[in-house]
Ligand binder design. Structure first.
Ligand SMILES: [Zn+2]
Length: 434
């Protein structure tokens, strides 16, 4: 099932032709309209007409999040404000927010890629889709909304939060598709079970689109088991368009990246070199059609790899692996780089714990220490102290094997860690405080 079969199954050859034509156009457009790009091009003597092949994209300087913050709020806009129909913005929790403006055509592209994404996971007009991503400046809620409008599914625009109400809506309306962050999905399942006495697998959910934060295959299995649904990965970011940059098809073997609108590269985050297919690195994206705020070689800081070969679903768009971390999430402890992803994976491989954890970094005697607090399951919590200690040791061993350094595991009571209605806060870094 496709939303736009001609495009989604376009031959590689035709796709490259289309990408090149669009790349040349967007480069000229950005150079002529955005002083930031013109300045960068001029500084190295690059002209739009120097881009003759897709490989020539490598001559174009990268654009970083820091660059976007410097021109806050509208410095990257390529059109007058009268052409901008909608504004979205990042939360700005780690600095000045990044502001993006969408023209009418940009909103059409967003709708198109989100409609393709929903159809990719099997959504039809018969579905009742509950959008529990936040509506607002955050792109999650409205992105899904536009896609679902195009598909013609029945939208329940629940937005994030109000957990009891979310479950009542699912139950009363017969919601079949859930869209939210994976950590919120887990919280919803737990809340239904423990606070309302509703078995989450008795709900009518058949599929869910989960993203906006890092999650693992193990977490996917957990969500699928609890709700009895198929959990799909969605990928996107405000700087590029919001959700809809890439989505998994029903084979769940990587995310198809919408290559007619976004041109992807994978680079070595240290050297900036483009890496060969299959190698893991940082995803860099160029918007091929965006009018409001064109992005040339935007460094996403997300770590992934291209999956070689064709997908059995028939789509020709390249697949990327699930994001295994954002370089911002990377924790440097005693000189070792690690990702919360590795810790989550290790935890969920051990029986008797809940998929709720927090990583706490301290520096008590000028030496980094890492503590992982993990919730134990209700059954295990009532066990003897001896078996809890054995579980704790087992977790420490598994995590140490996964990340290569010793960590301290603390088992905590069921439901004692904070739950999130949006993106979960996994890492608490207290090292600057002592
Ligand atoms: Zn596929």
């Amino acid at each position: 099932m496709y939303w736009n079969k001609d495009m989604e199954t376009l031959s590689k050859e035709k796709l490259r032709e289309l990408q090149l034509e669009r790349l040349k156009r967007i480069v000229r457009y950005a150079y002529e309209r955005v002083p930031y790009y013109r300045k960068n091009f001029d500084a190295i003597g690059l002209k739009p007409e120097d881009i003759k092949t897709l490989e020539d994209i490598r001559y174009i300087p990268f654009t970083s999040k820091a660059d976007l913050r410097e021109v806050y709020p509208f410095g990257m806009f390529a059109v007058p404000m009268s052409e901008i129909m909608e504004i979205h913005s990042s939360s700005g929790t780690t600095g000045k927010p990044v502001v993006m403006g969408y023209t009418k055509a940009d909103l059409e592209v967003w709708k198109e890629v989100m409609a393709r994404s929903l159809v990719m996971m099997g959504v039809t007009k018969e579905d009742i889709i509950q959008i529990a991503y936040g509506y607002g400046l955050f792109t999650g809620g409205l992105g899904f909304h536009y896609g679902a409008l195009a598909v013609g599914a029945t939208i329940v625009p629940a937005s994030a939060g109000n957990t009891r109400r979310q479950i009542e809506l699912m139950q009363d309306f017969g919601t079949t598709v859930l869209c939210c962050t994976p950590s919120y999905a887990l919280y919803l399942a737990e809340y239904a079970q423990d606070e309302m006495g509703i078995d989450p697998s008795s709900l009518k959910l058949k599929a869910g689109s989960f993203g906006a934060e890092m999650w693992t295959e193990e977490m996917r299995k957990e969500i699928e088991k609890r709700f009895g649904l198929k959990a799909y990965n969605v990928y996107g970011l405000t700087e590029i368009i919001g959700p809809g940059v890439a989505h998994e098809c029903q084979l769940q073997k990587g995310l198809h990246l919408q290559e007619d609108h976004f041109y992807p590269e994978i680079i070595d985050p240290e050297t900036g070199e483009v890496l060969p297919e299959g190698q893991k690195g940082e995803l860099v994206l160029t918007t091929l059609t965006k009018e409001g705020v064109p992005m040339l070689r935007f460094r996403t800081r997300d770590i992934t790899a291209f999956i070689p070969g064709e997908c059995a679903c028939g789509r020709t768009f390249i697949r990327i692996e699930r994001i295994t971390g954002r370089s911002d999430d990377m924790i440097k402890v005693r000189g070792v780089m690690l990702f919360p992803y590795q810790i989550e994976k290790a935890i969920l491989e051990v029986q008797g714990v809940e998929p709720h954890y927090q990583i706490i970094l301290t520096r008590p005697h000028h030496l980094d220490e890492i503590e992982v607090q993990v919730e134990v399951s209700k059954e295990v919590f009532s066990d003897e102290v001896k078996s809890l200690e054995a579980l704790r040791k087992k977790l420490e061993k598994r995590i140490e094997e996964a990340v290569g350094i010793r960590v301290k595991v603390t088992l905590v009571e069921p439901k004692s860690l904070p739950r999130s209605e949006g993106k979960a806060k996994r890492v608490i870094d207290k090292r600057g405080l002592n």
